[in-house]
Design a protein around this ligand. Structure first.
Ligand code: MRU
Length: 364
């Protein structure tokens, strides 16, 4: 099955598919300056937690590769501000900070070893490319672990876009659906439009349609109706940050879907890589929630649809762990109590960082 590529490292620079223009236009941009990569993350040219992580790694690599530094010391002095610029883009998806930390660790290794400037430049590019390659493998493993939770036939629901566009692989939530469909499950996906940014309508509907997966697009306020009529077999969503206790931040609207799923006895799965775990925070209350511009709510494609009134636009909400049936990652499946199961999965990953190759299932 073909998947859309949101980001690619090329000899010309970092190439991104402009997700703001989908589905109407397929437009790519080439970035040669890390500050433009930062702006692209902030302005949602690229979005979705794992893809933001790949973009962050590539942004840092670009900053190093194209730096005017003439010596290693010079580069050492410039490096923190490259990382800082990338870090100050979007606050919720922890993959961004995970990727920056990983690039910092690689840079420190090279600097400590007094590597030549050329060696540092090419090793940092290699590291960013490795982050990208690992995302693909990670998604495939998540898809394999998750597919068995999908019903043999019938409707499943997702939220936002946790597909190839959001991960630079085959997708997390949509990766689970894709693998299940490839294995012969007869799935039909209910896609809430995901106001206000419409990732469901614009991106998930496009991806599924292009991939030949049957879907029905619904508005966000139809979720309760479809849950109540009993046709939803499972919900599977991605994540932007998962706290140590399993509380999960994902696109605004996810929490209400989880509440409705519980009310109607529908299993609710989160599919996300270990890079989305934030075990440094004990609960979802500590997850910073991005507040986005008011005009995303008051305007539709440039046309004002509301008077000039107070507007709230939190981009994410937090689903409490008690509403989550299981969290599926590249190392297996975590179940409550999550404090225990997530830590075990994260530790097993840190011993073997090339994720996605292991076949073991760590159901807990
Ligand atoms: O604001 P966005 O479009 O970056 O939000 C994306 C989401 O909330 C996704 O569901 C999440 O990042 C998981 S992507 C695999």
């Amino acid at each position: 099955m073909n998947v859309a590529q949101p980001i690619e490292w090329t000899s010309q620079g970092v190439v991104m598919l402009d997700q703001r223009r989908l589905p109407g236009e397929v437009v790519h941009h080439i970035y040669t300056d890390y500050r433009d990569v930062a702006a692209a993350i902030r302005d949602m040219v690229v979005r979705g937690a794992p893809a933001i992580g790949v973009a962050a790694a590539m942004g840092v690599a670009l900053g190093v590769e194209r730096s005017s530094a003439a010596t290693l010391d010079d580069l050492r002095a410039k490096f923190p501000s490259i990382c800082q610029t990338i870090a100050e883009t979007r606050p919720t998806a922890v993959d961004l900070f995970w990727a920056i930390e990983r690039m910092k660790r690689r840079f420190d290794q090279l600097a400590t070893a007094n590597a030549s400037l050329d060696a540092v430049r090419s090793a940092m590019v290699e590291e960013a490319r490795a982050v990208h390659a690992e995302k693909r493998a990670t998604d495939e493993a998540i898809g394999r672990f998750g597919a068995e939770f999908m019903p043999a036939a019938g409707k499943v629901m997702t939220q936002c876009n946790a597909g190839a566009l959001a991960t630079a692989g085959i997708g997390t939530a949509l990766g689970v659906i894709r693998v299940a469909v490839e294995q012969g499950h007869k799935l039909h996906v209910l896609v809430p439009e995901t106001r206000p940014y419409l990732q469901g309508a614009r991106l998930t509907a496009w991806e599924l349609h292009e991939g030949g997966v049957p879907l029905t697009l619904i508005t966000d306020n139809m979720v309760g109706h479809f849950m109540k009529t009993g046709t939803v077999g499972a919900v599977v969503v991605g994540a932007d940050r998962i706290a140590a206790n399993g509380d999960t931040a994902n696109k605004i609207g996810t929490y209400q879907i989880a509440v409705l799923a519980r009310e109607h006895g529908v299993p609710f799965y989160v599919a996300a890589p270990i890079s989305t775990f934030d075990l440094t925070i004990s609960s979802g209350e500590q997850i910073p929630i991005e507040e986005r511009p008011a005009d995303e709510v008051t305007h539709l494609r440039g046309v004002r649809i509301a008077p000039e009134v107070a507007v709230a636009n939190p981009a994410f909400d937090v689903t409490p762990a008690r509403l989550i049936t299981a969290i599926i990652c590249e190392r297996g499946v975590a179940r409550a109590p999550y404090t225990e199961s997530l830590r075990r999965l994260a530790e097993s990953a840190s011993h073997s960082p090339r994720a996605g190759t292991a076949g073991q299932r760590s159901a807990m």
